[in-house]
Design a protein around this ligand. Structure first.
Ligand code: COA
Length: 166
C-alpha cells in the first residue's frame, strides 16, 4: 500500500469510495464542493495495486483565537474501503495528511469525528472546547501542530459553506 497525492484521474474512484464507506452521498459531494471552491490543501489516496482503498482530505478553515487568525485545516472526510477497514489504512492516511499540512505551515487541525478514533493521533475535544463552532460538542476535536497554537482564551471556527448539506 502506498499513499500519494490525488490526481484528477482519481476523482471518480474517490467519489465511489466515499459513497461506499459512508453509505451516502454527503461526503462525496463535500469533496467536490471543496475542490470547486479551491479550499483543498491536501487530498491523499491509499493505493493497493492500482486500486484506491482509502482517501483523506484537509481543507482551509477560518479560525480566530483572541482576535488572531490561526492557520487551520479541517480534516474531512476520511474513508477506507469497507472490506479493508481495521488494517491500519486510516491511521496511515491520518499520519501522512498531518505531515503534509504541518509541512505547509498549518498550525492546527479540526475534525468532527469518532471520539474513540481521533485521540490516538493527539486530537482532543478539550483543545477545541474554547472555540465556538456550529459543530461544538464531544465529537468536535482539535490538534495543535505548533506548540500552543490554540492557547488563547476564546475563539471561533467557521466552516465554509461547502460543508452545508444540499
Ligand atoms: C473510521 C475509518 C476511517 C478508520 O479507518 P481504518 O483503516 O479502519 O482504521 P485503522 O485500521 O487505522 O484503525 C483501526 C482502529 O480504529 C478503530 N475504529 C475504526 N472505525 C471506528 C469507528 N467508527 N469508531 C471508533 N473507532 C473506530 C478500530 O476499533 C481500531 O481500533 P484499535 O486500533 O484500538 O483496534 C474507517 O473505519 C471508515 O472509513 N469508516 C467509515 C467512514 C467514517 O466513519 N469515516 C470517519 C469519519 S470521522
Amino acid at each position: 500500500m502506498i499513499i500519494r497525492d490525488e490526481t484528477q484521474a482519481d476523482h471518480g474512484d474517490i467519489r465511489s469510495l466515499n459513497q461506499a464507506a459512508f453509505g451516502g452521498g454527503y461526503e462525496a459531494a463535500l469533496v467536490d464542493r471543496l475542490r470547486s471552491e479551491e479550499l483543498v490543501r491536501a487530498s491523499l489516496v491509499a493505493v493497493e495495486g492500482d486500486v484506491i482503498v482509502g482517501h483523506i482530505l484537509f481543507s482551509a478553515l477560518s479560525v480566530t483565537m483572541d482576535g488572531w487568525t490561526v492557520r487551520a485545516a479541517a480534516l474531512a472526510p476520511l474513508a477506507v474501503a469497507p472490506a479493508l477497514q481495521r488494517r491500519g489504512i486510516g491511521s496511515a492516511l491520518v499520519r501522512s495528511g498531518l505531515d503534509s499540512v504541518t509541512a505547509q505551515g498549518f498550525e492546527a487541525v479540526f475534525v468532527l469525528g469518532h471520539t474513540a478514533y481521533y485521540p490516538r493521533f493527539g486530537f482532543s475535544a478539550a483543545a477545541a472546547s474554547k472555540l465556538a463552532s456550529h459543530y461544538a460538542g464531544d465529537a468536535f476535536m482539535a490538534l495543535d501542530l505548533t506548540p500552543d497554537a490554540l492557547r488563547g482564551t476564546v475563539g471561533t471556527v467557521t466552516y465554509p459553506d461547502a460543508f452545508e448539506a444540499d
